[in-house]
Design a protein around this ligand. Structure first.
Ligand code: GLC
Ligand code: MG
Length: 545
């Protein structure tokens, strides 16, 4: 069988002289989860004016850009990843004028802004889906989505065996008997990207935000837009469901993900972005199964970046980290793209908790972050990780994540994951909730833990040993010592508990083991913990010169 991916790669990305490099190439981008960053109006929900008021904090932290999760008109069944109007701001988050003010202020401060684009599905309240429900089977209105007749004698069985990422069937039946596909929640019907109307609509949406001055787009579920045309059954139906399935790596049969035709969409978007000045960009959220398939999204005529989730999925192990670094560079070599690195986002358990929680988890999180910040390419940090925040145990009555709610109905308790615990609002200041998240005593949409009193920005700004102070130092050290020095790394040690690598004149050593190890010669530039007497303690990283 012909390899469907075997299309020629144009060589547009020949090495570019450093001064002319696009801004995103080595940028550190800070992810803002809009409903949980800062609340300006006291409704308990973060909003655009809240973000604008805190932009100086991001400038002082030393990041280059921010990515803001969806703030468009939405019934909020998936906290904005269910968009009802792509060209307007949800009143909970502000207005289009607020968006313009945010972009203007960011520009003044020298920060780039990436917005989230959700092209795989709309909200069930989008005017297109309302029109589809009001129209008969076979109508052009239905043809923008994936409506199909069911199987079985009365069509009472779903059209195929696909499961929703959030648990349960991926199909919902409408009153006239047809079914529609939703790879996520029932309120998120999947669009049919084989219908040209869909591509035209999204080109307009891109231009709408590009004209307003955004610097880029984070593309939600970028590997999902096109499904295998037959919508055949998936072989391996016993694959686990739930958010956990997003992070499974088992080369499954996946007729719903990562189809070759999806790349035509990104070639079109590449051409649209190229019409604008200022190196506008797209970054793919593509949970692909291999580094090679990740690399396809960043071929020279497609997107500029793709999240490198292998880094985030790696366990706490020097060998595992080394393997990801080597594998990433190997996969990207053919397409001449730069990697990205990320440890946390709004869909996964915070990395301080993943690495064991408590003081050990925090030490490891800082060490992994410091290692990441030395690597060539661009890095993404998720709001709150600079405060060393951990995943919060959210009580069932406060849970809002549709993944949790669907899993509760469809899966055994051991499989309920839920993503609310990494989405708890940021503690800015003060002794008790809302910790300055909103004005006065206005409580946030989901409760903050009381012991965050010791984790606020206000407290950490006073403490040179705090995680916030560490992030500021690390980001400054990255600018001074790592950036531009070399596009590759040389792996020095990748065995046992020690990862050592060289980038330009910088040597990076990470100790994932339980015992201190001897450091190579060199002047210490920065460390994630305490380095004394030439010894690197357990769970610590260092940069040497
Ligand atoms: C992406 C988002 C996630 C959302 C899902 C459906 O994975 O990051 O938060 O629930 O897409 O849009
Ligand atoms: Mg608000």
């Amino acid at each position: 069988m012909a390899d469907p991916y075997d299309d020629p790669v144009p060589d547009l990305n020949d090495p570019i002289p450093p001064a002319d490099q696009p801004w995103w190439r080595e940028a550190v981008t800070y992810q803002v989860y809009v409903r949980s960053f800062a609340d300006s109006d006291g409704d308990g929900i973060g909003d655009l004016p809240g973000i604008t008021s805190r932009l100086p904090y991001l400038r002082d932290l030393g990041v280059d850009a921010l990515w803001i999760t969806p703030f468009y008109t939405s019934p909020q069944h998936d906290h904005g990843y269910d968009v009802a109007d792509y060209r307007d701001v949800d009143p909970r988050f502000g207005t289009l004028d607020d968006a313009d003010a945010l972009l203007a202020r960011a520009r003044e401060l020298g920060l780039k802004v990436i917005v989230d684009l959700v092209p795989n599905h709309t909200s069930s309240e989008h005017e297109w889906f309302r029109a589809a429900l009001a129209s008969p089977p076979g109508s052009p209105e239905r043809a923008r989505y994936l409506f199909r007749d069911g199987r079985g004698p009365d069509g009472a069985e779903p059209p195929n065996n696909w499961k929703s990422v959030f648990g349960g069937d991926a199909w919902t039946r409408v009153p006239d008997g047809q079914w529609y596909l939703h790879l996520f929640d029932t309120s998120q019907p999947d669009l049919d990207w084989r219908n040209p109307e869909v591509g035209d609509m999204f080109e307009d949406v891109l231009r709408f935000w590009l004209d307003r001055g955004v610097d880029g787009f984070r593309v939600d579920v970028a590997h999902g837009l096109l499904k295998e045309e037959s919508l055949r059954d998936q072989i391996a139906p016993e694959q686990p469901t739930g958010t956990g399935a997003m992070v499974e790596r088992a080369l499954n049969d996946e007729p719903m993900w990562d189809q070759p035709e999806v790349h035509d969409v990104y070639r079109r978007w590449h051409r649209v972005l190229a019409e604008y000045d200022g190196d506008r960009m797209c970054v793919a959220e593509a949970w692909t199964q291999t580094p090679e398939s990740m690399a396809r999204f960043v071929r020279a005529d497609e997107m500029q970046q793709s999240f490198n989730f292998d880094w985030l999925l790696a366990p706490w192990s020097a060998g595992a980290f080394a393997k990801v670094i080597t594998g990433t560079f190997a996969a990207l070599e053919d397409v001449h793209a730069q990697p990205t690195w990320v440890l946390s986002n709004h869909d996964v358990v915070r990395h301080a908790t993943r690495y064991g929680g408590g003081p050990v988890g925090l030490a490891r999180a800082r060490a992994a972050t410091l290692t990441m910040l030395a690597l060539p390419g661009s890095a993404y940090v998720y709001q709150g990780e600079e405060l060393g925040l951990e995943e919060v145990e959210v009580a069932p009555e406060h849970r809002q994540d549709p993944a949790y709610l669907r899993q509760k109905d469809t899966a055994p308790e051991s499989e309920w994951v839920g993503r609310d615990g990494c989405r708890v609002p940021i503690p800015w200041a003060g002794e008790r909730p809302p910790f300055g998240f909103g004005p006065g005593d206005a409580q946030p949409w989901i409760p903050q833990p009381l012991d965050w009193a010791s984790r606020t920005v206000e407290v950490q700004e006073q403490d040179p040993g705090s995680t916030l102070a560490f992030y500021r130092r690390a980001l400054a050290a990255r600018r001074e010592h790592a950036l531009g020095s070399s596009d590759t790394v040389e792996m020095l040690t990748a065995e046992g508990d020690v990862l050592a690598l060289r980038r330009g004149s910088l040597t990076v050593v990470l100790n994932t083991g339980p015992a201190a190890v001897e450091l190579p010669e060199g002047e210490v530039v920065i460390t994630s913990g305490d380095v004394t007497d030439g010894l690197l303690p357990a769970d610590t990283a260092v940069w040497l010169r």
